[in-house]
Design a binder for this molecule. Structure first.
Ligand SMILES: Cc1cc2nc3c(=O)[nH]c(=O)nc-3n(C[C@H](O)[C@H](O)[C@H](O)COP(=O)(O)O)c2cc1C
Length: 199
């Protein structure tokens, strides 16, 4: 059982990473192997909309997203961690999310993995970040676990939120407990919107 903590913060020791490490600690207590991956300093380019991945299931952009694809596919559970930047996830996070459109083939997609969320804001905007990550999970058929929404501005400040840290550890435990149930969606994809690009 592998749980991946994915930080969308450009800070390597910031609040998002503090929370992800706590959640991963919880996952280890339940017997999982864990890894944290941060987008900080990574060369991950935006999706260019070429749609070649529709045929191949692979993204033609050969940057550091390629190593992240492998980690995402290997994981049984992914905890998405983001700071709030202008009322939503960071641009780095959205870039990663967009690039996962290339994971679209049987055996090479994110379906049936468990997804958790940790989001941190200085003051305002947590709801949109959390909601958009959940909506993303639905489109990918990721099984949603809980979320943690925390307030903290300075680097690592969330450490002082005692109840938050406890709940975050429990999120990590829950990720493993849900993944252990091995729930699988039926075959087929989600169907999203009709009338414009469909018949
Ligand atoms: C460019 C930028 C935009 C931000 N926008 C918001 C915002 O819209 N709402 C908010 O509450 N905090 C905002 N913040 C504050 C961060 O969400 C906050 O400092 C958070 O703890 C950072 O998490 P990190 O330490 O994991 O990077 C912003 C910070 C930066 C640098």
């Amino acid at each position: 059982m592998k749980i991946l903590g994915l930080s969308f913060s450009p800070r390597t020791q910031g609040n998002t990473v503090v929370l992800l490490n706590e959640a991963l600690g919880g996952a280890r207590e339940e017997g999982a192997e864990t890894e944290i991956y941060t987008v900080a300093g990574k060369d991950i380019k935006p999706c260019d909309g070429c749609w070649a991945c529709r045929e191949t299931g692979e993204c033609h952009i050969k940057d550091e997203m390629q190593e992240l694809y492998a980690k995402l596919l290997e994981a049984d559970g992914i905890i998405f961690g983001t700071p709030v930047y202008f009322y939503n996830m960071t641009a780095q996070g959205k870039t990663v999310i967009d690039r996962t459109i290339a994971l679209n083939k049987p055996g090479r997609n994110l379906a049936n993995k468990v997804g958790g969320i940790v989001a941190v804001a200085g003051s305002f905007g947590l709801v949109d970040a959390v909601k958009d990550l959940y909506f993303y999970m639905i489109t990918r058929r990721i099984l949603p676990a809980s979320f943690i929404a925390a307030y903290g501005g300075g680097k690592g400040e969330v450490k002082n939120l005692e109840k938050c840290m406890k709940a975050t550890r429990e999120l990590g435990q829950e990720m493993v407990q849900i993944a252990a149930k091995k729930f699988e969606y039926p075959d087929g994809g989600t169907h999203i919107a009709y009338g414009t690009h469909t018949r």
